[in-house]
Design a protein around this ligand. Structure first.
Ligand SMILES: Nc1ncnc2c1ncn2[C@@H]1O[C@H](COP(=O)(O)OP(=O)(O)O)[C@@H](O)[C@H]1O
Ligand SMILES: NC(=O)OP(=O)(O)O
Length: 315
């Protein structure tokens, strides 16, 4: 068995400044090429997961047009499933091209519709924090609030206003067991897209709930469940920084998990962006004794060759 890694892809892997299907599929083609050094010439089983915040928010906006009985709007759990389907499809297309291009056309490919179990009593249901869909100016946000008073909007890290929805913590990935044999067969698997379709346990099995789960937390849980050797969180920055954006900012290279836990507990990372990534990575290392890396897609080749990026290791 090769080394098993779970890779979580950030927003920049899919969405550029053009949200059309063709532009997102094209962005993923480049992403797939950038991931190839992770598996090419290495005995690696790769599981890929991805976000869906912009896509699911846009899809909900499209649902607002569909208010008749003949063409009803879809609820949020179904919208998450729809984005898993669309992005999973683009992933298959992108990986097919990249594997062909890198003489690895024999690698089996699959995208798995995945459910993630959450706690119905999770306090996140009363406190929406997950930004989805497009960014709005302050005046646009005011108009939207008047039109949809039930929506909660927040200012998202100085980038504009966005709608937020509940984002409960993932407890269990329902399909984790089914994914393992695919990995054993050396398939390249896309799984748990958008954090997974949020479900709660019910008398008959599972019931969908309205939420969007953070994909970094799901990736961490998934990595534990498939017994991954490493969790790799890819975003738009090559390193995690202390004092990010300040003149004295300092890139973190290899850091022990207890040091990173201490930085996290001191509140040194921004909520809604770097904090969940660090929390997810620290949780994986604490729970498994394996390592986790946070770096950028652009740095994958350097990471493979020289180990650059922020690497959290067991004590
Ligand atoms: N301490 C930090 N170190 C590095 N980047 C940070 C830090 N705090 C905030 N950031 C910001 O977090 C961003 C990554 O978060 P985000 O865009 O939400 O992730 P995703 O890649 O999952 O879409 C980086 O592009 C950077 O601007
Ligand atoms: N579900 C999720 O975490 O999506 P983003 O990474 O796109 O916000």
């Amino acid at each position: 068995m090769g080394k098993r890694i779970v890779v979580a892809l950030g927003g920049n892997a899919i969405l550029t400044d053009d949200p059309s299907a063709s532009a997102q599929a094209k962005a993923l083609q480049q992403t797939a090429e950038q991931l190839m050094p992770l598996i090419k010439d290495n005995d690696v089983e790769m599981v890929v997961t991805h976000g869906n915040g912009p896509q699911v928010g846009n899809l909900l906006l499209q649902q607002l047009e569909s208010d008749s009985d003949k063409n009803p709007a879809m609820p949020l759990d179904t919208a998450v499933a729809m984005t898993q389907g669309e992005i999973g499809y683009w992933m298959l297309q992108a990986f097919t091209a990249a594997l062909n291009h890198n003489d690895m056309s024999d690698v089996p490919l699959v995208s798995v519709i995945t459910r993630t179990v959450v706690d119905p009593a999770d306090e996140a249901f009363d406190n929406p924090t997950k930004p989805i869909g497009p960014f709005y100016t302050e005046s646009e946000a005011t108009l939207i609030k008047a039109q949809y008073p039930e929506w909660k909007m927040i200012e998202d890290s100085g980038r504009g206003y966005r709608r937020v929805v509940a984002s409960p913590l993932p407890l269990k990935i329902v399909e984790a067991k089914a994914i393992k044999p695919l990995l054993d067969a050396s398939a390249l698997v896309t799984v748990c897209g958008g954090g997974g379709i949020p479900v709660i346990e019910s008398d008959t099995g599972y019931e969908g709930v309205e939420a969007v789960i953070d994909k970094d937390f799901s990736a961490s849980k998934l990595a534990e469940l498939v017994e991954a050797d490493e969790l790799v969180i890819l975003t738009s920055v090559g390193d995690v920084f202390l004092n990010f954006g300040k003149p004295n900012q300092q890139a973190l290279g290899t850091v022990s998990v207890s040091d990173m836990r201490s930085y996290l507990n001191q509140g040194l990372f921004a909520a809604g962006s770097m904090k969940p990534k660090v929390a997810a990575a620290v949780s994986f290392v604490e729970n498994t004794g394996k390592k986790a890396t946070i770096t950028s897609l652009d740095n994958v080749e350097n990471f493979v060759k020289h180990g650059s990026g922020t690497c959290i290791i067991p004590d």
